[in-house]
Write a protein that binds this ligand. Structure first.
Ligand SMILES: [Mg+2]
Length: 216
């Protein structure tokens, strides 16, 4: 596509590939917390299976907990901010090369639910410099709400000279990335191995952005 000016990125599972081992650990931690609150659902293994099934459908932990009628969702943050993630992250040369190319042609920004300090540590492990991004929005910014709420995208447009119709947002979550960015009139690209209704583009690897951004 032509006329594109800006590219926004989600961080987790977008600027690095999903780490199966880590995602398994997160799901198990969440299952343990669910069992404490709803022992009637079964043992940790049963609840783990149930949580995995639900998460694969709903793509959001708050939605999974709502479906299980668990009101206190405060433990999600602790489980998904698993510090172990840092051990699993390492620079991906292909991603670094892509960002080097994109930054020549486009304004780039980052929108993540991850708290600032943790997100910066992850970027450092990935050897992704924050200098790529003219704007960064984190999950613990002063007036932050979950990305799925959409306010972060609306405010970004308000506070910058970003033109949504010339901006593409790239993420792996329909609920947290694609739908709210679309609601803010941005173009969207979803990283997914399956067909999904909603995004303007579906890509299986970040490198496919070259084609969408007409760099090839
Ligand atoms: Mg993500």
């Amino acid at each position: 596509m032509t006329g594109l000016k800006a590219i926004g990125f989600d961080l987790d599972n977008t600027l690095y590939l999903p780490i199966d081992e880590l995602n398994g650990m997160i799901r198990r931690d969440i299952a343990k917390e669910v069992v404490k609150r709803k022992p009637g659902l079964g043992d940790v293994n049963e609840v783990f299976e149930l949580c995995c099934e639900q998460y694969d459908i709903l793509q959001s932990w708050s939605a999974v907990l709502a479906a299980l009628e668990i009101k206190d969702t405060s433990f999600i943050e602790a489980c998904t901010s698993n510090e172990n993630i840092l051990e699993f992250l390492s620079p991906d040369d292909d991603v670094c090369r892509l960002l080097d190319e994109l930054t020549i042609h486009f304004t780039m920004f980052l929108v993540t639910n991850s708290p600032r300090e943790f997100a910066l540590e992850k970027l450092e492990k990935l050897a992704i410099t924050t200098e790529y991004f003219s704007e960064m929005r984190f999950g613990d910014d002063s007036n932050a709400t979950p990305k799925s709420d959409g306010a972060v995208f609306a405010r970004l447009i308000e506070e910058t000279d970003m033109v949504p119709s010339r901006t593409i947002f790239v993420g792996d979550s329909l609920r947290s990335d694609i739908l709210p960015a679309k609601a803010a009139s941005m173009i969207t690209a979803m990283i997914s191995d399956t067909r999904v209704e909603g995004p303007d583009y579906i890509i299986s690897r970040l490198a496919e952005l070259r084609g969408i951004c007409s760099l090839v």
